[in-house]
Design a protein around this ligand. Structure first.
Ligand code: MRU
Length: 351
């Protein structure tokens, strides 16, 4: 697939023993890169959303474990230090399944490298780097496969697609999940028309999705979250594409706060809603959406962060969950690298 982007959101600098990320908090006005060398840098970057989006968090965590181990001072016990590093990085955010999944994969790689190479740090670090790099390469291939599967839904020129939050290039290793089919449709001359919710309170839609759609030359229109129903009454939207942070075994899906509302409105208007993500986002140990832990975030994100003056009285009580859960019955299809699955979902038995 043609790559319209100059850089990836997460890259490893092997010689420097560092992870390079673009600070997504500063989008769309600034492009500043940060180097992460140890578990505290990585924890802080994930926690504060300098790097965000479920797959990008997983890739950053994997490279972050490699860099943290590579930068350990000599003399420290490798196994206990690894556990401390991995535990710290895994605790940075609770909802996206990719974080714990990537840390566990690095853990398995570390245990087998330790068996093979003992305390030979260089060899262990090389094995960790290769594993983290494989996670990124696989994620790129996964995005391409999701893109191909989603592309089959573009049955004519100029289709209108609504998206929420940012499940595009900057949220993953490359291209995106929800936005990969859009970029493919664009390359195929199908001229998709994208509509992006601004996605209060952190504005991933206006700051990040709009930036990357415009970089890729896609016809993109921004709307406030409160305008979705109005837009749908105009007949502008043919389908909704969103990403996912964790899919329960019954198909209930956690994604950016506001996704559930969009899905309910789309259901009312008979507009199909597709959740796009790698199959590793399906958490077979979580039976339903009720079992998903939803991250609660700082009230200042709602009252102050993106305003020049505060937008609520000082001391106002704030409700600020980062994600919500869309019940499976409001999701028309879940698109992974393996294909398109339709409701009802039973990921305990099927893949
Ligand atoms: O809090 P964020 O910005 O990390 O939330 C991101 C989302 O909810 C995305 O839609 C999801 O992670 C899918 S990213 C391909």
């Amino acid at each position: 697939m043609e790559n319209p982007f100059k850089y990836d959101s997460v890259e490893a600098l092997r010689e420097e023993r560092a992870v390079r990320i673009v600070d997504q908090r500063l989008f769309p006005c600034h492009e500043e890169f940060l180097l992460l060398y140890n578990e505290e840098d990585v924890y802080d970057a994930i926690r504060k959303l300098k790097v965000r989006g479920a797959p990008a968090i997983g890739v950053c965590a994997a490279y972050g474990i490699w860099a943290s181990v590579a930068n350990l001072s000599s003399g420290s016990g490798l196994a206990s230090e690894f556990d401390r590093i991995a535990g710290r990085i895994a605790s940075s955010r609770p909802t996206a399944v990719n974080l714990g999944w990537a840390v566990e994969r690095m853990n398995r790689c570390f245990r087998s490298a330790l068996d093979l190479y003992g305390e030979d740090r260089e060899m262990v670090c090389d094995a960790l780097f290769e594993e983290a790099d494989a996670i990124k390469r696989e994620d790129i291939a996964m995005c391409e496969a999701i893109g191909r599967n989603g592309l089959s839904l573009f049955t004519r020129k100029g289709m209108g697609v609504l998206t929420h939050c940012n499940a595009g290039h900057f949220a993953v290793s490359r291209y995106g999940t929800a936005l990969a089919p859009v970029y493919m449709a664009q390359s195929a001359g199908l001229e998709p028309r994208l509509f992006s919710d601004e996605t209060r309170p952190l504005h991933q839609g206006s700051r990040i999705t709009m930036k990357e759609l415009m970089m890729a030359g896609v016809d993109a229109t921004l709307l406030c979250d409160s305008m979705v129903a109005s837009l749908m009454t105009k007949g502008e939207i043919d389908m909704v594409f969103v990403g996912c942070d964790r899919i329960a075994a019954n198909g209930d899906t956690a994604n950016k706060i506001g996704t559930c509302g969009v899905a309910l409105i789309a259901h009312h208007f008979g507009i199909p809603v597709y959740v796009l993500g790698p199959s590793s986002t399906i958490d077979r140990c979580t039976p339903t959406g009720k079992d998903i832990v939803i991250e609660q975030r700082d009230p200042s994100e709602v009252t102050e962060l993106y305003f020049s003056e505060r937008m609520a009285p000082s001391g106002a009580k704030v409700y600020n969950p980062a994600f919500d859960v869309t019940p499976a019955e409001f999701i028309t299809g879940i698109i992974t690298e393996k294909g398109i699955f339709h409701y009802p979902y039973n990921f305990l038995e099927n893949d």
